[in-house]
Design a protein around this ligand. Structure first.
Ligand SMILES: Cc1ncc(CO)c(N)n1
Length: 223
């Protein structure tokens, strides 16, 4: 069994809790409170700035030119395609560019991005890939699941989000990350796989906390 299949099977309950989170479900039904989505968009933009750095670190940590090239493409796709979606939403919601660029991370956004960056900076390429995989993989799955709901992709507010993450292009990038992790873990000892499983589990859990944070619009306690 490939390592990604093992992760997917073992972590199904945690994995599914992301799909069934009210934020995700209500986005699919089109009933999500727009204020929550607006909060999410700003935090996700802050998140993506740090997340993009993982791809840059991926290029630094690989020797294989093809792998370096893919990380460069992932970096470009994040900065210039995915974040363009956020910039377009922000413009639509009347959020100025300045407000978007200067937004501060919520406690969960900060914890999540710093955990990923810490793992990426101090760990191996396999550890970096295990940290970023739940992000790509779960968004691609959630996008596809929501896109199957009648009318969801045409929704005036959430349709563009669903279209972006259910796209073949985004799915292909997620598949590439799955393949990379499988390749990097081939023949590796169980002790190493256990460590990678824990990293993957942690970022899968952070994905849940991110939805939860957005649903509750949770910032720092009042000062
Ligand atoms: C929190 C989060 N996870 C994953 C993705 C997918 O890139 C995203 N945009 N935001």
């Amino acid at each position: 069994m490939t390592f990604s299949k093992r992760l997917y099977e073992r972590l199904q309950p945690v994995w599914r809790s992301n799909h069934t989170h009210p934020f995700v479900q209500e986005m699919g039904k089109g009933t999500l409170d727009l204020e929550k989505f607006r909060f999410y968009m700003i935090q996700d933009y802050v998140y993506l700035k740090d997340y993009a750095k993982l791809f840059a670190l991926g290029a630094v940590k690989s020797d294989d030119l093809a792998v370096m090239g893919m990380f460069a493409s992932l970096l470009n796709a994040t900065l210039n395609e995915e974040m363009s979606l956020h910039r377009a939403y922000a413009a639509r919601f009347g959020i100025t560019e300045e407000e978007l660029e200067q937004a501060k991370p919520s406690p969960i956004t900060l914890a999540y991005t710093h955990y990923m960056l810490h793992t990426a900076q101090n760990g191996s390429l396999a550890e970096l890939t295990a940290a970023l995989l739940p992000c790509m993989w779960s968004y691609s799955e959630i996008g596809k699941e929501l896109s199957r709901l009648p009318g969801a992709s045409e929704h005036s507010d959430y349709g563009d989000w669903i279209k972006m993450y259910s796209s073949e292009e985004f799915g292909g990038l997620a598949q590439w990350c799955i393949g990379l992790l499988d390749q990097l873990t081939e023949g590796k000892p169980e002790s190493e796989l256990m460590k990678l499983e824990e990293i993957f589990l942690n970022t899968t859990r952070y994905e849940y906390l991110f939805w939860e944070m957005a649903y509750r619009m949770e910032m720092w306690p009042a000062e």
